[in-house]
Design a protein around this ligand. Structure first.
Ligand code: FAD
Length: 430
């Protein structure tokens, strides 16, 4: 009999909770990854750096497992079908995995679990991608927090009083001995290489220790760029939180934002389609397609907005400060539905995460959990003045700035600001 350990967004061998416990308790553990067609078939662009990244990480894991006399079983298809086939192929006793809190993942896991149970196979899941999972940080009346600050306070208190352990030395001798297995190629799944590079997986303690001072300046190398690694679990959030707690409170707070939005999504799965504050779905978005296109291409004539969009289109990354500016610009200046921007980011961001992206967009549009009044509209010029004074970031992404090749602003700032406020006001207090 074998035990399967099912990798999903936890693509690492070290400090991996589910894998650790599988190896602790069971003999003959065979690790598995499924390229899920329910997810992959929805990706329109077949040159996707995230799929390429997953593929490369799996190859690395597989090689390491082969050095230990095991291998990595890699399948391509719909998880339920794959499990039905695996039940024929192997004598499976149990399946271990780490929990994922996204709506699709929860539904998938529930189906797989019941399918396995019917065949007498145990399905065990563990907390791994967060320090505290949805439901662990609740307010005094046992409800979820609707605003960040008290959530963060409660989180930090709990963190101080909990000994969060890292699980380093797994019992590798309990791996299943098997000859190296084949690995499906990107091309066989219809995907291509992209040439986009992934930020390295380094925990730069120097950078983290002055993170609070550097994080807002897009021209500086002042944030960790670990988003993609947190997304796919190529680093352990427990280890990162330990460093943060030791070196920089502001950085720890960002990791808490990540868990806050995961919690919001878990308790409010409707936010992927609706405003967190339902009345905000009454806003009559203008949704001008040409303006949206100009925004996507970085041709709005607002340099800080265009620089951000060009950075995103070229690298799959955009600095957080600029994400806030471009999102505010799209929703407030252009009155384009935040869901359009959210979907565009979802296609392009290497670190795309459903909960953080949705949270970020709803924050910018004023429709989300934030208490900020809707009439605060970011002024792109003053954002530039504050955060890119020497235009270093802007010039990097817009070499033609200052020449007649650079487009004229597609809208007047003052006019757009008043229009946004009036539109919101009328929709919310008719
Ligand atoms: P750092 O500044 O080094 O922060 C470290 C980590 O903390 C990040 O990697 C991330 O995991 C977490 N984090 C930081 N800020 C936030 C935040 N506001 N919300 C949630 N987690 C945070 N983040 C995503 O991970 N995926 C997204 O799809 C995403 N979409 C966004 C969309 C909008 C409109 C906005 C305003 C923000 C979005 N963010 C998203 C949050 C934030 O911009 C990124 O996490 C950050 O820029 C990633 O860069 P970094 O790894 O250098 O972050």
């Amino acid at each position: 009999k074998i035990t399967l350990f099912w990798f999903r967004r936890d693509l690492r061998l070290e400090d991996n909770t589910g894998l650790f416990y599988a190896l602790q308790q069971e003999k003959t553990v065979l690790p598995l990854f499924i390229f899920d067609r329910n997810i992959l078939d929805r990706l329109e662009d077949k040159a996707d750096a995230r799929v390429e990244f997953i593929h490369s990480q799996l190859l690395e894991i597989k090689t390491k497992l082969e050095q230990k006399g095991c291998s990595l079983l890699i399948k391509y298809g719909k998880p339920e079908d794959i499990y039905l086939a695996l039940l024929q192929e192997f004598d499976i006793q149990s399946v271990y995995t780490n929990r994922d809190y996204e709506p699709y993942a929860k539904e998938r896991d529930a189906k797989v679990e019941s399918l396995l149970k019917e065949k007498g196979v145990t399905f065990l899941s563990f907390k791994d991608q967060v320090i505290f999972e949805p439901g662990e940080i609740l307010n005094g009346s046992g409800a979820f927090y609707k605003v960040f600050t008290p959530f963060s306070r409660n989180w930090q208190e709990k963190y101080k009083s909990t000994k969060v352990q890292t699980l380093d030395a797994p019992n590798w001798k309990n791996l299943y001995s098997i000859a190296p297995l084949d690995m499906i190629s990107l091309a066989e799944m219809g995907f291509e290489k992209t040439g986009i590079s992934i930020p390295p997986k380094v925990t730069d303690e120097d950078l983290i220790s002055h993170y609070d001072k550097t994080r807002n300046f897009p021209a500086q190398n002042g944030t960790t760029r670990l988003g993609v690694h947190l997304r796919f679990g190529t680093i352990s959030v427990r280890k990162l939180a330990q460093v943060a707690a030791r070196l920089n409170e502001t950085y720890l707070n960002e990791l808490i934002w990540r868990e806050f939005y995961m919690m919001i999504l878990a308790y409010n799965p409707q936010v992927t389609e609706q405003a967190f504050k339902p009345s905000y779905d009454l806003i009559p978005w203008r949704n001008n397609e040409m303006e949206f296109q100009a925004w996507c291409e970085g041709k709005t004539g607002f340099p800080i907005v265009d620089a951000g969009m060009r950075e995103l289109n070229t690298t799959g990354y955009m600095h957080n400060r600029v994400r806030m500016v471009v999102a505010s610009f799209l929703t407030k200046h252009l009155l384009i539905d935040w869901r359009w921007g959210e979907a565009y980011f979802a296609k392009k961001l290497l670190d795309f995460d459903l909960s953080a992206n949705n949270g970020g967009w709803q924050w910018a549009a004023g429709t989300g959990t934030d208490a900020q009044p809707y009439f605060r509209v970011f002024n792109p010029d003053s954002q530039t003045e504050k955060f890119d004074k020497d235009l270093k970031y802007i010039k990097k992404w817009i070499p033609e700035i200052g020449t007649d090749k650079y487009p004229k602003p597609i809208v007047d700032h003052k006019f757009a600001r008043v229009r946004a406020i009036d539109t919101y006001k009328q929709a919310l207090n008719p």
